[in-house]
Design a protein. Structure first.
Length: 335
């Protein structure tokens, strides 16, 4: 039996190391960044097994990765139990000039360590249809979805990523409505739950607007940008929009997220649960990130919870306090 509680908290020592950093360093730049703790092969094997198990996942959009001093700006500083990291800051590479990437071998090495050793999944994120697509629009209309979809698949496979995260926010361009539905169906032949390679994730995030309910069958997850959510009734309403009376998304593939980039100080906004409760088990005011972790739709257990710019929760004491607490609340340790 995997000791989930141990997994959720064993990385605290590595993140606490950085709390001892002060401003008295007189060097222009330290010779090396702080080294996180390392653990046994068995620890990492248990961690990968936990992430492969049936559980409610944790998700994060992460942007500020670099080679600077603070572990809050490193992939290795992320919570060990994070399941999926969406690469909001671009795809790091160890190959100069590689298309659709930025060159930083050290950052790339850290990403690979987290991916291969810790079992964290990394996804390519993009706003579909809005970036310099003259080469797509120059093709016959009946070919555009295919050639654009193929370009997205190449980015995933050429960079050994674990899937893609399509940010579906209506911009009035050609890739919306029925064209977006056709794109998901095309991609879904190759990746996602109905694809030839279901190990690669097909994720959509944003707001579901006039989508064919059946298109959700092709998605590994739909991620709701439920920013500033005041409580369970709001989250339930949002889920109903993709549930479609049972014809759309199933609860186990639904993820709710908060904008921690704006609300890292408290871990969200004040949150009220379905029974009217507004407090944690220790009597403190309940905020939305932990509230989302505790919440499930009435139709069943949700797929997970997450956050945008969650790296700012690294400033909590201890680092990633709200995010790690949410992971524990979703998947309580076996007692």
């Amino acid at each position: 039996m995997i000791n989930i509680k141990t997994l959720l908290y064993s990385f605290v020592g590595s993140t606490l190391l950085t709390m001892g950093v002060t401003s008295c360093d007189t060097e222009a730049e330290a010779l090396e960044v702080q080294k996180p703790y390392t653990y046994s092969d068995q620890y990492y094997a248990n961690l990968r097994a936990y992430k492969a198990s049936d559980h409610q996942i944790s998700f994060m959009w992460f942007a500020d990765y670099s080679s600077t001093h603070s572990m809050g700006l490193h992939f290795k500083g992320l919570p060990d139990s994070l399941d999926i990291c969406s690469l909001w800051g671009g795809i790091p590479s160890d190959v100069p000039g590689k298309p659709n990437t930025f060159y930083n071998p050290k950052v790339h090495e850290e990403m690979r360590f987290c991916q291969k050793v810790k079992g964290t999944k990394f996804t390519y994120v993009t706003f579909p249809g809005v970036n310099n697509l003259e080469w797509v629009m120059s093709r016959p209309e009946e070919e555009r979805v295919k050639v654009y979809g193929d370009s997205l698949l190449r980015i995933v496979y050429n960079n050994d990523l674990d899937g893609m995260d399509l940010d579906y926010e209506i911009h009035g361009d050609w890739m919306h409505g029925q064209n977006f539905v056709e794109l998901i169906k095309y991609l879904g032949q190759y990746i996602g739950p109905k694809g030839k390679d279901p190990s690669k994730l097909l994720i959509v995030d944003g707001w579901p607007i006039n989508l064919d309910p059946k298109v959700y069958d092709y998605m590994s997850y739909f991620i709701a940008q439920a920013y500033n959510s005041p409580g369970a009734s709001d989250l339930q309403r949002r889920f109903e929009e993709v549930w479609h009376g049972g014809e759309g998304l199933t609860p186990d593939r639904y993820i709710v997220t908060e904008n921690i980039g704006d609300y890292y100080a408290n871990g969200g906004v004040p949150f009220t649960e379905a029974d009217g409760n507004q407090y944690t088990e220790t009597g403190e005011r309940l905020y939305s990130l932990q509230g989302m972790a505790r919440w499930n739709p009435t139709q069943g257990k949700k797929g997970g919870f997450g956050a945008f710019f969650a790296q700012r929760d690294y400033n909590s004491n201890p680092p990633y306090y709200h995010f790690r607490k949410g992971i524990q609340l979703q998947n309580p340790a076996v007692k």
